[in-house]
Design a protein around this ligand. Structure first.
Ligand code: ARG
Length: 580
């Protein structure tokens, strides 16, 4: 693998010895940042001045004298203001770095220094309930994280922790029996999961006889009664078929093989209780078996328990999550557990992790992280609802995205053959939904807005996809083989060429940063900046009309931009059509 660092990283590495020589000790951060004044600025003198009892300017001057390794990387370096170093990169250096990226399949993105076994727990809808936009968010963010983590060389295991267990299955199975299996199947395969659930609930609330049957069913289910299990599996299967419809429309990686629902941990539940008991961590609270992890209190200021066994002997969500931690660490050998779950479950997960740590199941270097996200809101800034006021059906939502994108494509490019139009509409519509979700800092709520997400302007998928398609069309018009450009060393002259070069060369850093923070919006912002840099370049620097050598150099820059854009979108799970 060819390693090409972000020029800012190279610069920091070159400057560090100069700072260290001045400081008389190792471990000094030159604090390099991109800058509007020059290409980059190093602010390390500020912190060091305090340590040395000198003025920042004196320190910066001394660093400048020491900074000899910079020839070849920078064309100018000077002290400015109250002790900043303003640095301009050498154009030939940038050209050489670009050539290395061009020759690299990975476009300069390095693999992780330590490969980990990562479990990504995402999507996790509930059986016989409509998947809601929260599950959509989890699915989209989780899928992007899976792709990013795999790309940098981690062993990634996807787990879809579906809600397929618990007391509601008593009433759901009885409702299924009442309807008859075929009728129930019709119902559920239409994706009317909420309707089915509500009917069952209504009967449960209205009839004591039904309630009794439902209770008996739960017991039969838990004791492993064959016929009850068969009916339960049928419910699970009908629901997962519906989930798969959503997954295939979305184009995410999840398959049936990734399902590790709550029920998968049934056999581990009693052992959770037993192990906690042996460790002396169990307490009794209102007849339930609980653990009190320190630091949690309820509204009255009393310690908050994590309930592992209810009064009547049943286990619950927390118990299966504990069994799940044990399974992931002890059986699978994972050392990083990512939970892509909505922010409202923060306390639940934090308590589960703390109890797992207290029990010694979750030890360094293994760690568990709640990759939390905010809500999806409607234009009224309340939880997104469909027109009829119900939870919107995800399949319908995604179909609408594709239909709307189809209209946009037809308007933009009426000449496209119908077949192509349909394929592109799908890439655009699904891309728009995913990107709208990914491009907002995940912890924040975001407003689901068709107009905005499908716009060809602004920080949207169509804008990025369009930038990519536009470059592809340059190549079609030029009639050049893109691969032939990958041995060209671009010549950087214009400011817009340089800005684009720096953007392309920053890909490695941004991928690392996105993974470190589990925040796909960082990659989105980068791709948006890349597209913007390309637009500025394309407006100022003629490509096809330029003379041979310049034309080749600029085509090489175009090729690199398109490759980074396609790869970057791909890491987000978004397709990049070649025309649109
Ligand atoms: N099924 C849950 C829900 O819909 C999410 C499960 C998340 N994963 C977990 N290990 N608890 O809210």
């Amino acid at each position: 693998m060819i390693h090409v660092a972000d020029p800012l990283v190279t610069l920091a590495a070159c400057l560090a010895p100069a700072f260290e020589a001045v400081a008389g000790r190792a471990g000094i951060d030159p604090v390099v940042r991109p800058s509007d004044r020059a290409d980059a600025q190093a602010n390390g003198a500020l912190a060091l001045a305090k340590e040395l009892g000198k003025s920042p300017r004196e320190v910066a001057d001394a660093v400048l004298v020491q900074a000899k390794q910079l020839t070849g990387v920078c064309s100018s370096i000077e002290v400015a203001g109250s002790g900043f170093l303003n640095i301009v990169f050498d154009n030939a250096f940038l050209g050489d770095e670009l050539a290395k990226v061009a020759a690299d399949e990975r476009l300069g993105v390095s693999t992780a220094s330590r490969s980990r076994t990562v479990i990504v727990d995402y999507s996790a809808p509930n059986v016989a309930k409509e998947m809601h936009v929260g599950h959509l968010r989890s699915t989209v963010i989780g899928d992007a994280l899976v792709r990013l983590l795999e790309f940098v060389g981690h062993r990634v295991i996807r787990e879809n922790h579906i809600g397929d267990w618990g007391t509601p299955f008593g009433m759901l199975i009885e409702h299924l029996v009442d309807l008859g299996e075929d009728e129930a199947a019709d119902h559920l395969s239409l994706g009317d999961l909420d309707g089915f659930y509500k009917e069952a609930r209504a009967k449960f609330d209205a009839s004591d006889e039904f309630k009794e049957r439902a209770r008996a069913r739960v017991v039969a289910l838990q004791s492993g009664d064959g016929e009850t299990r068969r009916l339960w599996r049928l419910l699970v299967q009908l629901s997962t078929e519906y989930f798969n419809l959503v997954y295939s429309l979305l184009g995410v990686r999840l398959t049936d093989d990734d399902i590790m629902g709550e029920s998968a941990y049934n056999d581990g539940l009693s052992s959770v209780l037993e192990r906690l008991g042996k460790l002396g961590l169990l307490a009794e609270s209102d007849g339930a078996e609980v653990v009190f992890p320190p630091g949690y209190t309820n509204r009255d200021g009393d310690p908050l328990p994590l309930i592992v066994q209810k009064g009547q002997g049943g286990f619950n969500y927390a118990t299966s999550d504990l069994a799940c931690v044990i399974d992931r660490i002890e059986r699978i050998g994972a050392d990083l557990l990512l939970y892509v779950v909505g922010a409202p479950q923060a306390q639940h997960l934090s308590m589960v992790f703390d109890v797992a740590r207290m029990a010694g199941w979750l030890n360094e270097p293994a760690e568990a992280v709640h990759v939390a996200f905010g809500s999806v809101l409607g234009s009224d800034r309340k939880m997104l609802k469909s027109r009829s006021g119900e939870t919107p059906k995800l399949v319908e939502l995604l179909e609408e995205a594709v239909a709307r994108a189809g209209d946009a494509v037809a308007e933009k490019n009426p000449e496209l053959p119908e077949g192509d139009k349909a394929v592109i509409a799908r890439m655009l519509g699904i891309g728009a939904v995913k990107y709208a979700d990914l491009s907002t800092d995940r912890i924040r709520d975001y407003v689901f807005d068709w107009e905005r997400m499908l716009s060809f302007d602004g920080n949207t998928a169509p804008y990025l996809q369009y930038a990519h398609a536009r470059i592809c069309s340059i190549f079609r018009r030029a009639g050049v083989d893109r691969a032939s450009l990958r041995s060209v060393t671009p010549t950087i002259v214009e400011a817009q060429e340089k800005a684009l070069a720096l953007a392309v060369l920053g890909f490695d850093s941004v991928v690392a940063d996105t993974i470190e923070k589990y925040s796909p919006h960082r990659l989105c912002t980068y791709l948006y900046d890349l597209a913007t840099a390309f637009t500025a370049f394309y407006e100022h620097c003629p490509v096809l009309k330029a003379d041979d050598a310049v034309r080749e150099s600029r085509l090489a820059l175009c090729d690199l931009t398109a490759r980074v854009m396609e790869r970057g979108l791909g890491l987000l799970g978004i397709d990049a059509p070649e025309q649109m």
